[in-house]
Design a protein. Structure first.
Length: 267
C-alpha cells in the first residue's frame, strides 16, 4: 500500500522471526491470555498483551506511548477503556494490521518502531490541513506542518440505500478530492427529514462533512460522511477551522516538491 510502511512491515517480520528463532522472544505459559508477559528483549522490558478492561501500570505505559504517537487524546488513567481501545484500533489501522482493539505483545515493538513516513502527502504549501485515508480508514490532523492526531473513522459504505430526502436509491459514497471546511454546527443536530442526528458537524461539501457519531465501526459504514467518535469530535474543536483544507483519497496522491530557492549572481 505504502512503500515505506511496507518496508517497515518486512523489517519487523524479519526481526520477529529472528528473535523467535533465537529464543529471545519466548511465550511463557498462558501467553495467549491478557496481561501475560513475553520474555523481554533489548530495549523492551515487558511485552504484555492487553485487552479492554485491563488496568494497571502496563495500561498507563500504553496510554502514554499512544499519546506520544498521536493516537490517544484522553486521560492517562491506567484503565483500558473505550478511548484506549479505539486508539489501539487507530494504531492497527495506521499500520494496516487486523482491525482489533486488543494490544498484542509484539505491538509494543511496532509502536516503538513506527515508520518515519506516515503515508500521507507532503503538502509543503499547506501547514494546516486534514487528510482522510479511505483505504486505512484513518483521519490525520496536521497543524503547522506537524501531525497532531490520527483518528479512526468510518466513511461511506459504498452500498445503495433509499434516500428519504431524494426519494430514490442513492449510493453511500464519500466524495474523493480536495475540499475546504465550509461551515460547522455545535453539539447534536438532527435532520427533520431523515431523523439522523450528528454531533459537532464540519461540512466540506453541501451534503457531506466530518462529524461525531455514536457508532463508528472499524469498516466503512456511513452514508458518505466521515464519522469520528464523539470524544474525537470534541477534540477536533480545538484543531479545525472554517476554510481549512480537507483532502480525501484512496491512494496517497503524489505532490510535487517545493521549487528550489532562487540563485542570485553577483555581477
Amino acid at each position: 500500500m505504502l512503500t515505506a510502511m511496507t518496508k517497515t512491515h518486512h523489517r519487523f517480520a524479519a526481526l520477529a522471526a529472528l528473535l523467535v528463532g533465537l529464543g529471545l522472544i519466548t511465550p511463557v505459559a498462558g501467553a495467549a491470555e491478557p496481561g501475560v508477559e513475553l520474555a523481554g528483549v533489548a530495549g523492551f522490558e515487558a511485552l504484555v498483551r492487553l485487552e479492554p478492561d485491563a488496568t494497571g501500570p502496563a495500561v498507563e505505559r500504553l496510554q502514554t506511548a499512544l499519546t506520544v504517537a498521536g493516537f490517544y487524546r484522553s486521560e492517562i488513567s491506567g484503565t483500558y477503556d473505550i478511548h484506549t481501545a479505539t486508539a489501539v484500533l487507530a494504531f492497527h489501522k495506521y499500520l494496516g494490521l487486523d482491525r482489533t482493539t486488543t494490544f498484542n505483545a509484539l505491538d509494543w515493538i511496532r509502536l516503538e518502531t513506527l515508520p518515519d513516513d506516515p503515508g500521507i502527502p507532503d503538502r509543503w504549501y499547506e501547514p494546516d490541513r486534514v487528510e482522510v485515508d479511505l483505504t486505512r480508514q484513518v483521519l490525520f490532523v496536521i497543524r503547522r506542518g506537524e501531525i497532531t492526531g490520527i483518528l479512526p473513522v468510518s466513511t461511506g459504505s459504498g452500498s445503495t440505500y433509499h434516500s428519504v430526502r431524494q426519494g430514490g436509491a442513492v449510493s453511500a459514497n464519500t466524495p474523493r478530492g480536495d475540499f475546504n471546511l465550509m461551515w460547522r454546527q455545535w453539539g447534536w443536530n438532527c435532520d427533520s427529514t431523515t431523523g439522523w442526528c450528528v454531533y459537532n458537524y464540519w461540512a466540506f461539501t453541501a451534503f457531506y462533512g466530518i462529524h461525531g457519531y455514536r457508532q463508528v465501526p472499524a469498516y466503512p459504514a456511513s452514508h458518505g460522511c466521515t464519522r469520528v467518535n464523539l470524544w474525537d469530535a470534541d477534540w477536533l474543536d480545538s484543531q479545525l477551522f472554517v476554510g481549512m483544507p480537507v483532502h480525501i483519497w484512496d491512494e496517497m496522491p503524489i505532490v510535487a516538491p517545493p521549487p528550489p530557492p532562487p540563485v542570485y549572481r553577483i555581477v
